[in-house]
Design a protein. Structure first.
Length: 163
């Protein structure tokens, strides 16, 4: 998954699907699909379905809360940041109200051990486009940034997801 996001990141037509302005979860879903994650068919409003087609994507494809509802069952929530690697996905609840607001993908992990160090887990996202750094400050864009902001974070070990 980490290599495939580079082909998707800077265009409005990713080569798969058209997008609109608020597309963080759509972007991550495309990364997962490009990395080989299999679609799950079903009623587009079902939390067990995850797919995109030219007529209508599933709700879990592009909605942050719906994506969370799907992947917490399919991949599970990591019990520690130390388990997260490149290619894993994270969701954020900005306000601590139990509602997922954002989705990003870990595209680089510089940790040399299994230490629980969020400053080594670099994020890439859309909506506000960021690729491992915050352009305006040139600072690293890592999970530590999210924790410092007080976000509630949920990570999915994608290699454990049922495909």
């Amino acid at each position: 998954w980490t290599d495939n996001y580079k082909n998707l990141r800077n265009t409005s037509q990713y080569g798969y699907y058209s997008v609109s302005a608020n597309d963080c979860t759509n972007f991550v879903s495309q990364c997962l699909k490009a990395g080989g994650m299999k679609n799950r068919s079903g009623l587009y409003t079902s939390k067990s379905a995850w797919y995109y087609n030219n007529t209508k994507p599933s709700h879990t494809w592009g909605g942050a809360q719906n994506f969370y509802n799907h992947w917490k069952s399919r991949a599970g929530i990591a019990t520690s940041v130390s388990y997260l690697r490149g290619g894993d996905v994270v969701s954020a609840d900005f306000g601590g109200d139990g509602s997922i607001d954002h989705t990003a993908i870990i595209t680089k992990n510089t940790a040399t051990s299994s230490a629980n160090n969020s400053s080594h887990k670099y994020l890439t996202q859309h909506t506000i486009d960021r690729e491992e750094k915050i352009v305006s400050t040139n600072k690293s864009y890592t999970l530590k940034y999210w924790f410092d902001k007080g976000y509630k974070v949920y990570g999915y070990e994608m290699d454990k997801a049922s495909n």
